[in-house]
Design a protein around this ligand. Sequence first.
Ligand code: 26Q
Length: 820
Amino acid sequence: MNMTIATPEITENGLGSLETEITRHLNFTLGHVAKQATQDYLYRAAAIAVRDRLVANWKATQKRIGDSQSRQVYYLSLEFLIGRSFTNAVANLGLDEEMSNALHQYGMALEELAEQEHDAGLGNGGLGRLAACFLDSCANLRLPVVGYGLRYEYGMFHQRIESGRQVEDPDHWLRDGNPWEIQRPEDSRRVKFYGRSELYYDADGVHHSRWVDTQDVLAVPHDMPIPGHKNGTVNTLRLWKSMATDEFDLGEFNAGGYAESVAAKTMAEQITMVLYPNDASENGKELRLKQQYFLVSASLQDVLAKWVDKNGRDLSKFGEKNCFQLNDTHPACAVPELMRILMDDYAMDWEDAWGITTRCMAYTNHTLLPEALERWSVSLFGRLLPRLTEIIFEINRRFLREVEFAFPKNPEIKAELSIIEEGHDPHIRMAYLAIVGSFSVNGVAQLHTELLKAGLFSNFNQMWPEKFNNKTNGVTQRRWLSHCNPGLRRLLNEAIGESWERDLSQIEALLPFAGDASFRQRWGEVKLANKKRLANFVQERTGIEFNTSAIFDVQVKRIHEYKRQLLNVLHAIHLYDRVRRGDKEGMVPRAILIGGKAAPGYHVAKVIVKLINNVAQIINNDEAVGDLIKLVFLPNYNVSAMEIICPGTELSEQISTAGKEASGTGNMKFMMNGALTIGTLDGANIEIREKAGPENFFLFGLDAQEVSKTRADYQPDQIVAGDPDIRRVMELLESGTFNIGEPGVFDILIGGLRNPADQWLTLADLRSFIEVQREVNEAYKDEENWNRMSIINSATSGHFSSDRTIGQYASEIWNVNPIE
Ligand code: 26Q
């Protein structure tokens, strides 16, 4: 190894060159012999060296924000699906070259070292990744936004496939330490649980409530730096870890002996132990509610304590100077919790407290599935959070008076709109609580917002139309184009300059190049290189070889019935059936990739995973098929996998039942990287098609209105009987071709497809899907035109940058400006 260690040169921030600093951290911080550094130690030393560079900017950013009189924003989320941080930080600091050179001294390439980092998988899917993209954009736009979340010891589970079935393993991502976090015990907060609420009179004879006999848990913050792109800004993501208080063992837990009471601390420490892996259904577990309240209470106390440090106990301007964005209803306890703190800890009266609360809370909804709306049983809630429950009942009492006034002729509406769903086991409707307590309620794509206003929340929209607004999602082009697709980045920079990295609307300048034959060819070469990279990745993970001249046809997302991975499999079976019948004239080879995790308790989703694997097994091993069709289920789809997948994808499958996918964000990542979309008129697909132009988008299936109408009289058996292609697909499925020796394993899926009450109308869209897939096949043969369409998709993706989305949150909801 070439070990010329540079002479220590001190830069203006007091740090030596990266090379010097890496060596120093290897020797002193990590106590290692630098010359024998393993990849793992080298990664850690390099990461700490980068973190040191961030710290100066981090402090300066905090100071600038503190000195400004700006409103501050807090993004409250149970999930931040960050992925890796190393390359992101290096690129944002403009250190790529210096880092590459420094690592070269150790015989290591930057990309290779970056592989050492474990993904921070602190989220399920779209909602969690959106939070991470938003933080990136806030830092890029220099906005005073802090993320608040939980520091789960175990993130999203690791998925393995065994005999075609999903197996979950815990993800202990912190095992080797986390170089990106700084623990700040001095900012710890105390969070109360259980106990009871009691009334008392103060010295002036005024009565108040207080929450007593509680079991308290400590919240210890761990801060992660969120760097902006070459702009000196470093914002903060503050993640709370739960710890037992010192007196914890003195409570009711010391009935046993000393050792038993120390061991009882685990109750407190469990709160942030693990991320719940459900992404679309409420589960009503007490631990989940503890997590939600723990996040909310610690974060609100944190903000208030800092306010009091700076401004004293005058809270009259608190509402005007602070804003909390609630990422779905998961942190909706923030509404009653802020009321509690203002009234019980700061002796404010109800009206003033309510005025402040409703000035600073804003709620984002991410779902159209009624079964996914969070509800908590009043009895569970009341036991865990008695004082909050009282406050929620009072919020509801006052709200229902307003309802009565707004709808005098409709007495039933009170029960419909009540925050408390009555019945023998009453429940709290968290979405209603969030709407009543917020000044803004937004959906995440145009269609989604319209459907919310007309459907789930129509009565609220009638009462308060001014609250409702749309913020179509976006993704950060810095991770999802610049970082993950260096080949395309270089081509773009050469053609149109670098400004798109900070402002994606500039990518429109690419449009004229769609007409340039030599550019199209280079575009195609970059795509081919990315397909090779993806094919290698697939081969390493699954052993299956993709033919790089095949259409790379990809569907990666959580497994859910409404996302219709099943429809995709039915199409694969149809292609297989055609090949077996010898009907393969003009068929272009296809490499179909499907990936995603099923919630461990979601039985049907797990059977879908099994079906994909079994069908793949048959198709991939049939000699008659050869290279014409390959089908792969890619295990453990996550952020880092997507960074390899989306640059190599040519066809992006966005095939949900119309009216069910709130937005989708994978669709945007694929578009930026030049994939064409095959999709329904659902979520942000509609806006993608509008921007790209209908001629550059493969549309199929029923729209949301037609879906509603079709449900009334849906007869899937007739569809099967009347369509020979579909009949053969169902025959293959029903004859057990894909489950030899495993009788009945797919009955639940077959029964669903043939059920007139099938919510997802899979067979209703299959014919149209097959037709449009044929158009894809034909279009792909015209390589020039395919590349032209691909360029147009990238060139018109500017709207789907999270910078645009965050710009709209800042001006239309938060009322904040960049800190200069
Ligand atoms: C709720 C209660 C208990 C346990 C877990 C949950 C839970 C956790 C995560 C419920 C839902 C989620 C995640 C939802 C989600 O990711 N929704 C997606 O949000 C994206 C960003 O807005 C949209 O693009 C997708 O359309 C939407 O499905």
